[in-house]
Design a binder for this molecule. Structure first.
Ligand code: ADP
Ligand code: MG
Length: 687
């Protein structure tokens, strides 16, 4: 029997080679495999008559092979062809490098072929169709079949086989909620839900299954958040900071006036810092609303009072940007607080020096990824932790600091536009400061949604902006070219662009590059040495290059609106006019309609609400919003009802989460142990 945590090699047929392929998609255990949810579903249609098919259709046809399979081509590229007839029409079939078919398909045999109809030398044909015996096809037809995110060497069919195997081998039961409780919440049994998500009986069951899995994700997420609240309530004594002169002077010296939202947020922070309680505050403000200046002000006051501040960002690129921004401000306004950058790629010697500076208290501000809060780091007097787009400053990290005697104030910066009702649940333990207004002199971004045919016009526009001394971003969904998708990729796109724009410096950026390379490119872009940066969405969050005025997004229809909004927020940050060009790669009207929401408004909250209204079941299973608030299944907008259910149960369970209750109550015991495990694996650590 398989246990959930057994390595995937315990599944029949999965050897070490297969396990290596699975490791590439982060599947290590049997449980991981069961949670490797499909990206989408397909269903095989009823076969149609060959006489009725048109070029371009994806169809199934049923017929008899009329000739022996012939092999053409060179020794390196063998082509296998034959013809199929259903009495009303004939179609030719070809496969490349598939010699084994000689022993699979035979002349005179009846089969079903599924694929896209093409025109080849004037005749109808299919390339690489899937083939089935009539009986097999009948079994598949009409069912929703899973489509997984693939990696080379792992086909859907093999994943399906192993998932079935894992289920069939009787993986220990996963449900931990009592039947009564499930009934009262109208939730599907978890074991059933996992089965249905992989192999749905119907759309309805699939949706119920998805909801159940979403419930679990949200439930444990909320337990984590709510337990943080419990933790802060225990530790109510916060460091008291009551002298804000340094921060006020800093703000006065800025070349601009703060917006009303920035001012009121600062007031709220001052009140928290002086209150004697530990601050837990989230600053919610749209991209470009000026959260960083507010955070910086708080850091200055904390440092002047003799404490240290740590600022954490989700990536190294963002961390070094924050670091540079702070250093520039301090240099310009003559503020003598030592600032350090500490990330995973900081060299040992430098790292040791920073550790030393942090423990003696010499370094006032440290900026970095989670490397800053780790074994080995001791703070002399940590007074404030700021996190950027990391809503969960994990229980573990706080525990870790608490054990070292540090109970810092916590400030979270977030540009995730979450409707207020959801915010109350998700940020239940935090006070919220809103920055609603944008800096006054900021010009609203000009948008347009166009088809691929307008690419050249867009390039001409970009060239003009560059000639005027500005810079541009171009976003592509993929890193590398993919043979089965007609979607732009960063690498071949930038090669093309270099040919099209001689004399313009084009570089690219994507998540698979080494951190040092990424940092280097970002630094050069920020310094103005790169004119056009072709990138995946890695630049989505937070990057601040005020001189960049154009954001061109290829295949914009492939991104969620929230992502598009974040991307657009990268331009229009300076005094110059910003532009966002969204290319509707699919050309479909439905995509155009969705993108038009972006066209109409620059307001993140409006967009989030419209996004909610416009998403259907197809999108739900497709590309998801990125960032920390994303889950495998749950969607904070779609699943507001589930979120409320999960929140209620979490409130119920939380006071009982201790060894004593766990000993008497199997449900609590199970939740408690899963919660501890989830907290250990909290995504925060993966960053
Ligand atoms: P975000 O909220 O996205 O983190 P930032 O803090 O990075 O925004 O601010 C974006 C840009 O706007 C920065 O270049 C910053 O110096 C500038 N800025 C911030 N506040 C104001 C303001 N009140 N008036 C004008 N410019 C501002
Ligand atoms: Mg920011």
């Amino acid at each position: 029997m398989n246990s959930r945590d057994a390595y995937i090699t315990s599944i029949k047929g999965v050897g070490s080679k297969m396990a290596e392929l699975f490791a590439k998609v982060d599947v290590f255990t049997v449980n991981d495999l069961l949670e490797y949810y499909p990206r989408d579903y397909k269903s095989y249609p009823a076969p149609v008559s060959i006489a009725s098919v048109k070029v371009g259709d994806m169809v199934a046809i049923s017929g008899q092979i009329t000739d022996s399979l012939s092999i053409l081509g060179s020794s390196r590229k063998k082509i296998i062809t034959c013809h199929v007839s259903d009495g009303q029409g004939v179609l030719s079939l070809t496969w490349f490098n598939a010699l084994f078919l000689k022993n699979v398909l035979r002349k005179g045999g009846h089969y079903v072929f599924y694929g896209r109809v093409r025109q080849y030398k004037g005749a109808l044909s299919m390339e690489h169709p899937e083939y089935f015996t009539i009986e097999d096809y009948k079994l598949k037809m009409g069912h929703l079949l899973p489509v997984y995110v693939k990696t080379a060497g792992l086909s859907d069919n093999s994943i399906i086989k192993f998932v079935r195997q894992a289920m069939g081998e009787g993986v220990s039961k996963r449900e931990y909620i009592t039947q009564d409780l499930l009934d009262s919440m109208n939730l599907m049994d978890l074991d059933m839900a996992i089965r249905q998500v992989h192999f749905p009986d119907s759309r309805e069951k699939l949706e119920r299954a998805r909801k159940r899995i979403a419930f679990d994700e949200l439930f444990f997420f909320l337990l984590e958040i709510k337990s943080m609240k419990a933790l802060t309530e225990e530790e109510t004594v916060g460091i008291i900071i009551s002298d804000f002169k340094a921060g006020r002077d800093f703000v006065k010296s800025l070349p601009f006036d703060l917006t009303a939202g920035q001012k009121s947020t600062i007031k709220e922070i001052e009140k928290d810092l002086a209150s004697g309680h530990i601050m837990r505050r989230i600053i919610q403000g749209d991209v470009g609303s000026g959260k960083t200046v507010v955070a910086l002000r708080a850091m200055i006051d904390v440092c002047r009072a003799g404490y240290q501040a740590a600022m954490m960002a989700p990536t190294e690129v963002l961390s070094s940007q924050h670091y540079e921004t702070i250093r520039e401000y301090f240099e310009k306004y003559d503020i003598d607080i030592e600032v350090a950058l500490l990330t995973g790629s900081t060299k040992k010697r430098e790292r040791d020096a920073i550790y030393e500076g942090l423990s003696t208290g010499r370094i006032g501000i440290v900026v970095g990824t989670h490397a800053i809060i780790q074994e080995g780091v001791t703070f002399g007097k940590l007074g404030l932790v700021i996190t950027d787009e990391q809503h969960r400053f994990g229980v573990k990290q706080r525990d870790f600091l608490a054990k070292k005697g540090a109970f810092p104030h916590v400030l979270v910066m977030s540009a995730t536009p979450i409707p207020r009702t959801l915010g109350l649940i998700l940020y239940g333990d935090m006070d919220i400061s809103l920055i609603k207004d944008m800096p006054a002199e900021r010009l609203p971004i000009k948008n347009c949604v166009v088809g691929r045919e307008s690419r050249q016009t867009s390039y001409n526009f970009i060239k003009k902006e560059i000639a005027a001394g500005h810079q541009a971003f171009i976003i592509c969904p993929l890193v590398e070219e993919s043979e089965n998708m007609d979607v732009c990729d960063v690498i071949s796109y930038s090669a093309d662009l270099r040919r099209q724009m001689p004399g313009v410096t084009v570089e690219y950026l994507h998540g698979k590059m080494k951190n040092s390379e990424k940092n280097d490119i970002m630094e050069r872009f920020a310094a103005g040495d790169i004119d056009v940066l072709v990138s995946t969405t890695v630049i989505e969050v937070g990057i601040n290059v005020p001189n960049a005025t154009v954001m061109m997004i290829e295949d914009a229809d492939r991104f969620g609106l929230a992502t598009l909004h974040q991307l657009r927020g990268r331009v229009g940050r300076g005094a110059a006019q910003g532009y966002c060009i969204m290319i509707n790669g699919s050309g479909s009207d439905k995509s155009k309609e969705r993108l038009d929401i972006m066209n109409k408004s620059n307001d993140g909250f409006y967009i989030a609400n419209e996004d909610l209204k416009s998403r259907g079941i197809g999108d739900m299973l497709g590309l998801r919003q990125s960032g920390e608030m994303s889950f495998k299944m749950a969607d904070i907008y779609e699943d507001a009802d589930i979120l409320k259910l999960a929140s209620r149960l979490a409130d119920d369970v939380l006071p009982k989460m201790n060894e004593k209750e766990a000993a008497d109550n199997p449900f609590i015991s199970e939740v408690y142990s899963r919660f501890k495990k989830a907290a250990e694996n909290s995504r925060i650590d993966a960053l």
